[in-house]
Ligand binder design. Structure first.
Ligand SMILES: CC(C)(COP(=O)(O)OP(=O)(O)OC[C@H]1O[C@@H](n2cnc3c(N)ncnc32)[C@H](O)[C@@H]1OP(=O)(O)O)[C@@H](O)C(=O)NCCC(=O)NCCS
Length: 196
């Protein structure tokens, strides 16, 4: 399996939405049908300021003119956009920061200019080959924001690939053990200054 990284235009993302959501559901081990709940949200995200998406696609080892990148199977997907005060995620993070006792100046500093790394998923059969790191690097390359922020489920001992990747890339704790409204799981909000 050989992989190539590509940028996805808004049109590409719309076209490949079902495939991208299938990678997401398989990577996160979510039940089938989760795709349907997320589809409209992922489409709405495309319209947000600074939206960018990248993908890893499976390309034949020997170049084959019949297998154009536009039709090659998706192995991984990552996207994000500029954070802004009208977004639910930012409102949740701000309320978490306040509850954690973080002072207003620090909150403003963090929230004024950041890229939200919203989704990053590699198909289970393609994990553990460095594709996740390659996608983050491509996604964050050349961003003008001061920070990158993300949320990831808490896991015992930070013992999964996502945590290892974020720590390796220098992400530090912004909030730990946070409960987003309506979700029983605990999340960590992690961040780091840009550029990576
Ligand atoms: C988290 C995730 C995106 C990380 O992507 P990944 O491609 O699996 O992992 P990384 O890019 O960090 O690569 C790390 C692994 O690849 C190996 N690797 C790194 N560079 C490599 C290279 N050039 N060639 C081969 N292997 C390489 C490393 O040894 C490491 O292996 P290890 O974890 O077994 O020690 C992916 O595992 C995933 O989708 N997980 C499930 C969904 C998820 O948790 N998403 C994030 C939610 S916030």
């Amino acid at each position: 399996m050989a992989a190539r990284l590509i940028d996805l235009s808004p049109g590409d993302m719309q076209q490949r939405l079902r495939e991208a959501l299938a990678v997401y559901v398989d990577a996160m081990h979510y039940p089938r049908g989760t795709e349907d709940q997320r589809a409209s949200m992922w489409l709405e995200h495309i319209r947000r300021r600074g939206w960018k998406a990248v993908a890893a696609i499976d390309v034949p080892d020997v170049p084959d003119p019949q297998a154009l990148p536009s039709s090659a199977p998706l192995l991984g997907i990552a996207y994000g956009y500029c954070g802004s005060p009208d977004q639910w995620w930012q409102q949740q993070v701000v309320s978490g920061l306040k509850r954690s006792g973080v002072d207003g100046a620090r909150i403003t500093e963090l929230m004024t200019s950041y890229f939200e790394l919203t989704e990053l998923h590699i198909h289970p059969q393609a994990q553990g080959r460095g594709l996740g790191e390659a996608l983050i690097r491509r996604l964050l390359d050349g961003r003008s924001e001061q920070y990158v922020l993300l949320s990831t489920p808490e896991i015992n001992g930070e013992g999964n690939r996502a945590w290892r990747l974020y720590r390796r890339l220098g992400f530090t704790d912004v909030i730990r053990g946070y409960h987003f409204a309506g979700d029983p799981r605990a999340f960590a909000i992690l961040g780091r200054p840009l550029p990576l």
